[in-house]
Design a binder for this molecule. Structure first.
Ligand SMILES: [Zn+2]
Length: 364
């Protein structure tokens, strides 16, 4: 909701110069569109209006934050502020970025004449009836674009977001129940409940794709379990599990990273610069965020199980708590506590993204 609010308030700041354009598929009668915004001499036309004229279909995907255009064989996608048209797995550079202006995603004449005529399979006639340079305050544009730059799936841009997509593995499933509480509550249920809530939170707040290894109660092959983490746009991988112990007192969240990623402080060598892995940085931010939410964190440990998957992909296995501890079990089953964990994990991921962006920017 906050996102919508920011958009609305920025729209109020926008002082548009209105214009009109004529568009047609070559050989047909031009259609006049008047919902056009001029920005420094470039007309921005609502993509839906243009598609209608050239006989293509498309829709705004509010989860992915992209506009999807139906092509003969697949989908083409554009995003506000992004420099690319994506078709399948291919990215095609755009001269002008699409922009969200006055509640509609808009494209320029360059997109219409080049990419869109390709998609339509025919040349498009375009005429700007009012080619004037406007005086719209560019500052509000920048704010809008900064806002979207964070949400966008922008691959080849160093200034883009650090997280393009997240893979989540809700551990176990099907006959593989994971650990079982004395009450019968199963680890696989908890893992999935947290995974689904976290996926929703990340999609809503960051507008990026989230890939779950499973979305129901079924068993996975090792290949299926790893598949989300191998996708090209995935920038971090979270594995969700829970623990059990003979000692009913044990409780709290434990975080695991690959064995080689746990930094061993070298004794007596102050000169050595320790470079922490992204997995460790992520685990540390998750730990901070969980503790800030009054959730106990036992520590960050090495796990040999994490040697699988893409080697340098920031990866953290999260043991959500002990099903063998009666009071923690009760908490873990309550949707309030689940939400509390999810909020904390989200905050940790967000902080990690911010931190690694600062690190990256610092090296440019
Ligand atoms: Zn497990």
């Amino acid at each position: 909701m906050r996102f919508v609010f920011i958009l609305c308030s920025l729209v109020v700041l926008w002082q548009p110069a209105f214009a009109a354009v004529d568009i047609a598929l070559k050989g047909k009668d031009p259609v006049r569109l008047e919902d056009v915004y001029q920005q420094q001499g470039t007309p921005y036309v609502a993509v839906e209006d243009v598609l209608h004229v050239v006989g293509l279909k498309g829709h705004w995907d509010s989860i992915r934050h992209t506009f999807r255009i139906k092509t003969k064989s697949s989908w083409a996608e554009i995003s506000p502020g992004s420099d690319y048209l994506k078709i399948g797995d291919e990215y095609y550079p755009l001269k002008d970025r699409p922009r969200f202006i006055d509640g509609r995603l808009r494209v320029t004449d360059s997109f219409i004449l080049n990419q869109l005529s390709q998609l339509a399979g025919r040349s498009i006639y375009f005429r700007n009836l009012d080619p004037i340079t406007d005086t719209a305050p560019s500052e509000s544009t920048n704010v809008l674009e900064k806002l979207f730059a964070f949400l966008l799936n922008k691959k080849s841009n160093a200034n883009g977001p650090l997280i393009h997509a997240v893979a989540i593995d809700p551990g176990h499933g099907g006959l593989d129940t994971g650990v079982i509480a004395p009450s019968g509550y199963k680890e696989k249920q908890l893992n999935l409940a947290i995974a689904e809530k976290l996926a929703k939170q990340l999609k809503m707040k960051l507008g990026i794709p989230i890939y779950l290894s499973r979305d129901g109660d079924y068993e996975l092959t090792m290949e299926q379990r790893l598949e989300p983490a191998t996708r090209e746009d995935v920038d971090l991988w979270l594995l969700l599990h829970a623990q059990s112990s003979f000692s009913p007192e044990l409780h709290g969240v434990s975080l695991f990273v690959r064995p080689e990623e746990v930094v061993q402080e070298p004794a007596g060598t102050e000169e050595v610069e320790i470079v922490e892995s992204d997995s460790l940085l992520l685990a540390k931010q998750l730990a901070i965020a969980l503790r800030d939410s009054d959730i106990e964190v036992r520590g960050i440990y090495p796990s040999a199980r994490l040697s699988l998957g893409r080697g340098n992909l920031p990866t953290v296995q999260i043991e959500l708590g002990f099903l063998s501890n009666p009071s923690e079990l009760e908490q873990l089953q309550s949707s309030e506590y689940q939400q509390q964990i999810v909020q904390a994990l989200y905050a940790g991921i967000r902080q990690y993204a911010k931190q690694s962006k600062e690190n990256t920017d610092g090296t440019n």
